[in-house]
Design a protein around this ligand. Sequence first.
Ligand SMILES: [Ca+2]
Length: 469
Amino acid sequence: MEPRGTHQRHRWGPCGFLATLVIAGFLGAPDIQGAASEKKVRWRLVFEDQFSGAALDRRRWRIEDTAPNKNNELEYYALDEVFVSNGCLVLRSRRREYGGREFTSGLVDTRGRVEVAFGRFEVRARLPGGQGIWPAIWMLPAGGEWPPEIDIVELLGDRPRTVHMTVHWGHWPRVLSDGGQYSGPDFTSDFHVFRLDWLPGKVVWYVDGVPRFESSQFVPQRPMYLIINTAVGGDWPGEPDDTTAFPVMHLVDYVRVYMPEEAERSYLMLSAANGWVDVSPFRFVFSKDERVRLKAVPEIGYRFCGWSGDLAGGENPATVGMQSNRVIRARFEKDPQGPILLSRGAKVRASSVEAEGLESRNAVDGDLQTRWSSSFSDRQWIIVDLGRVRRVSDLKLVWERAHADCYEILASVDGKQWRRIRRVVGSRGGTERFRNLDQRARFIKLSCFKRATQWGYSLWELGIYGKPE
Ligand SMILES: [Ca+2]
């Protein structure tokens, strides 16, 4: 756990994210403030998919397979609603009972594959229409946190001539937005090109080559991945009705991602899975004479196995000269000697449960879509019983937005005598890891004292790791 407010180390990676990035995002690094002159930028194509193959290239795209719990949406994102046909990516939405939902639909993203800080994103698509249909082409941070978010285009199916373009930022629950809309042709009857130029200081949205909105109020400065989906129902569009003509098709002709190239500065683009990279100084834009230090940090149970892209070898940390743009991937592999997850399916009890479906066992089921939530008061606890005394080496907390501000972690061999192994004050939630604990324990207790939100305490997962025995 990093102490609150430290700015010495900064992390980036799909699995780990330090909250100080939010501060960096708010203030902006002073040396990269100010909009770049677009004339000075040359755009280099770094990713393209024309969907000309027989099937979707799974090395480039991840397909969602879940019932999302947001915005009161009604769809299940099913694998079979995503396919390639006639040179297009197709996301199909249907009225179909599946996975506890009334509708199925499609979502693809480039998470863990293409994660870019700054760039040009161009998507040619025919958006789907109809009451209750909500297509979106948008971006989220590779670190898994929210906000920020950039919405390249969103449309409500019952208003097919109006597209929405938005950037969200802030810190939950105080989320701020800057957005615009453009009304033009029927975007559901033909293909149109939606483009986003994202540079330090300014984000500009284009529709069919014409700038339609721009924002410099908040410009994200961290790698983000691209998402294309069609939501069905939910708070914003409302439910489909008899006029909605299922099946509904969201067609994407191509996706192109460009990286900016400039005379005076260089861009750093990082990607990683099963670990992350500490970047120092923490920025993604550098002058040509600067050097950056990269430290690969593996997720619990993984080990670093080398760099690829514009950095070779396995030196860690490594130093890179930024005389030109760098695209670098940190590679991690499962550590056969590493700790294993001991807590999955363990016995667990808690001081309270907010409601049915939010029971304490959800915190140890190994599923990041199920969670425990307490009632809405400050003093709460959850205890995991590993069944017998184990050597506990690592602990990982994956908080929902309702997290603890102040809490302790305690260990016990008998469930009666407890010893405190960590105390955290001023937690920012998200994912918190505690390493090298070296504890003999059968019971691990999380004792919460102060809530960070008006709600209770909620954990997607409480992972306890140790040596196999
Ligand atoms: Ca869970």
